[in-house]
Each structure stands twice: as structure tokens, then as C-alpha cells.
Design a binder for this molecule. Structure first.
Ligand code: SMG
Ligand code: MG
Length: 371
């Protein structure tokens, strides 16, 4: 596409309910959006970095600065016309900052595909018209509140439940959910790095509950620890934070540290690398599922397209808009029979509603693109 202007916009969206994980509580999202304006169409990118560097080292203020000061100047040096495939290589000299890079690439992908009239799902190689939806349930003040929340999500049709866990909130919530909702419920847990290898005996106590997987029990740089833990517990280990690229995925799998992979485009630097993670895992016979970062409809549209690829054989954290927002930025994603439809329109297939966008905008910065 031919870029004429780039805009960095910050929006603030309150969550319908606080979301507590082992690393903190989110009550609203402060989100960086990237818009690339072309002659024909706009492209939108959503940066998934949180307000604080607690999930990973990135945070929204840092992502904003690195995008403005280091990523966009490199992109501009390619000239006004560029393809989505050129974005990653142009930004690769900048170490780290995958969420910022992913947002820039997503905007160019949306812009280019919108011009071409091709959907992101088709471009990535989607094979399904809709994807099954799981829901990620935060750490709650009490077991009874947890059971109410899980029950309400199951009534809405979610096909899989993920419980956030931490030391002191693991065995009891898992046992309570199993007892209330039965052995048939597809149930998994996510520790967001809250344990150490010494906790293996405690984690082994989850074995009898038939969990689909335990996600990221140990710190992100501890691949060897996850491989050791995999020999001590029966629940399959899935890695999230540790998987920063397709080669990191292959390495973790080959070392026996993971038998399932959570794919998040923001964590690996973009949707093109996310597809490569999918491909590498497929080649190694390892199933993947699509993670979530409390995205608006923009990021959700891209995630749902990604989740429609063939090796996404487990339900993802791709919940409906109303699990997060009173009013989404886009046409809402609605749960139908436990599934979200994959958008078929050009690019992301959705765009921000102008009135809603204006309502939630906190700042807009226009980046000059011509010399
Ligand atoms: O988007 O539904 C969602 C959130 C899914 O649990 C979720 N994400 O570690 O997988 C994860 C977390 C990271 C974000 S927590 C603020
Ligand atoms: Mg996770």
C-alpha cells in the first residue's frame, strides 16, 4: 500500500468487570491504536501492551514511544509504498518490542488487504467460517463468586473455561469447578509464571482433575524448568509468555517443555510470525490455540481470522465483545452456539465505529509521512 499518513491514537475503555491474574488486576484498558492512511483505505493496528510491564516487559507508554521514535522512522525509510511482508524485516534491527511491531504490521496488513479486497482470514489460510470460543476467568474474591461467574459463562455458551491460578488459588477453585460443572467441562488453567519448579508436588495435585493443560506455570525464560516439570506432572504443559517466535516454539517443543502452544500475535511480533508459529507446531504435531489480550473488536477480528487456521484445534481465548466491553469499538462479536464468526470482508473485515472511537479517544498524534 501507499502510505500518506500514520496516526497513533490512545483510547481508554473500561472493562465490564475487573480481571485479576497472578500479576495484577485490569479494570480498564489504555490501548495504542495505529492507523495507516492510504489513498484508498485506512489500515488499523491494535497494540496489546498493557498499562504496566507485568505480563511481559512491554507496556503501552513504552510501546507508543518506541513506535513513534524507532519503528515508524524505519518504516518510512522504505519509501511510501510497502507490503505487509516488508514490515517485519524493516523493524528487525530494533530488539524486542514485539507488541509494538505487531501493531504496526497489523495496520499495514489491514490497509493492504483492504485495498486488494482480500480478507485477513483468506490471506492467512483460514479453513473455518467460525471458531469455538473459550473464556478466561480471573482470580475471584471467593469460590462462590467464581462458580457464579463460570456458570454464567457456560449459560452463554462458552465451550471451554480457563481459570487463572496462583499459589493459594489453584486446587480449591479447580476442585470446586469440577464438582459443580462435571468432568465433561473442557477446563484448563493459566498461572502466568507464578510458580517455581519446587511447586511441582503442589501442581501434581491438579493431575486428577483432567485439565486440558496448564499454561505457563514457570517464568518465561525457564524452558529447562518446564521440561523438568513436564516429567513430574501429568497435566500437559502449554507455553504462552515463553513463546516469543516460531524458533522459540520449535525449541521449547523439541526440549520437551511444551506439548501445546498458545499463539498470540502481539507476543511474537505480528500475525505473520504467528502464522509461522502455527506452521512450525503443525509440522511437529503440536496443537495450538489463540490467546487473548483483552482486545477490542479490531484485535479480536484478527485473532478470530488466525484461529481459523487448520492447526488451531483447541478453543481459544476469543470471547465475545460483551465479555470485555459495554460497547466495543467495532460491530460487536457475538457468541453463536459457542462460536464467533470469522469476518469475511476485506482486511480485518471490521473497522472502528467513528462515534465510539471519538468517545473513547484520549489523544491523537499524526506522524508526517512525506519528506
Ligand atoms: O483476552 O480473554 C482475553 C484474556 C485472556 O487470560 C487471558 N490473557 O496470559 O493468557 C494470558 C492473559 C494475558 C492478559 S491478562 C491481562
Ligand atoms: Mg496466558
Amino acid at each position: 500500500m501507499k502510505i500518506e499518513v500514520v496516526e497513533l491514537r490512545r483510547i481508554r475503555l473500561p472493562l465490564v468487570t475487573p480481571f485479576r491474574t497472578s500479576f495484577g488486576t485490569e479494570t480498564e484498558r489504555d490501548i495504542l491504536l495505529v492507523r495507516v492512511g492510504g489513498a484508498g483505505s485506512d489500515g488499523w493496528g491494535e497494540c496489546v501492551a498493557m498499562s504496566e510491564p507485568l505480563y511481559s516487559s512491554e507496556y503501552v507508554e513504552g510501546a507508543h514511544a518506541v513506535t513513534r521514535d524507532h519503528l515508524l522512522p524505519r518504516l518510512r525509510s522504505l519509501g511510501p509504498s510497502l507490503t505487509p511482508e516488508e514490515v517485519g524485516p524493516a523493524l528487525s534491527a530494533v530488539k524486542g518490542h514485539p507488541m509494538a511491531k505487531a501493531a504496526v504490521e497489523m495496520a499495514v496488513l489491514d490497509g493492504e488487504l483492504s485495498e486488494r479486497g482480500e480478507s485477513l482470514a483468506t490471506y492467512l489460510g483460514a479453513v473455518r467460517p467460525s471458531v469455538p470460543s473459550g473464556v478466561s476467568v480471573g482470580i475471584m474474591p471467593s469460590i462462590s463468586q467464581l462458580l457464579d461467574a463460570v456458570g454464567a459463562y457456560l449459560d452463554q455458551g462458552y465451550v471451554r473455561v480457563k481459570l487463572k491460578i496462583e499459589p493459594g488459588w489453584d486446587l480449591e477453585p479447580v476442585r470446586a469447578v469440577r464438582e459443580r460443572f462435571g468432568d465433561e467441562l473442557a477446563l484448563q488453567v493459566d498461572a502466568n509464571t507464578a510458580y517455581s519448579l519446587g511447586d511441582a508436588p503442589a501442581l501434581a495435585r491438579l493431575d486428577p482433575f483432567g485439565l486440558l493443560l496448564i499454561e505457563q506455570p514457570l517464568p518465561e525464560d525457564d524452558v529447562a524448568g518446564h521440561a523438568a516439570l513436564a516429567r513430574l506432572i501429568r497435566t500437559p504443559i502449554c507455553l504462552d509468555e515463553s513463546i516469543t517466535s516460531a524458533s522459540a516454539a520449535a525449541d521449547a517443543i523439541n526440549r520437551g517443555a511444551a506439548s501445546i502452544i498458545n499463539v498470540k500475535a502481539g507476543r511474537v511480533g505480528g500475525y505473520l510470525e504467528a502464522k509461522r508459529v502455527h506452521d512450525v507446531c503443525a509440522g511437529l504435531g503440536v496443537p495450538v490455540w489463540c490467546g487473548g489480550m483483552l482486545e477490542t473488536g479490531l484485535g479480536r477480528a484478527a485473532n478470530v481470522a488466525l484461529a481459523a487456521l487448520p492447526n488451531f484445534t483447541l478453543p481459544g481465548d476469543t470471547s465475545a465483545s460483551d465479555r470485555y466491553w459495554h460497547r466495543d469499538l467495532t460491530t460487536p462479536f457475538i457468541l453463536k452456539d459457542g462460536h464467533l464468526e470469522v469476518p469475511t470482508g476485506p482486511g480485518l473485515g471490521v473497522g472502528p465505529d467513528p462515534a465510539r472511537l471519538a468517545e473513547v479517544t484520549v489523544s491523537v498524534e499524526e506522524i508526517p509521512w512525506k519528506d
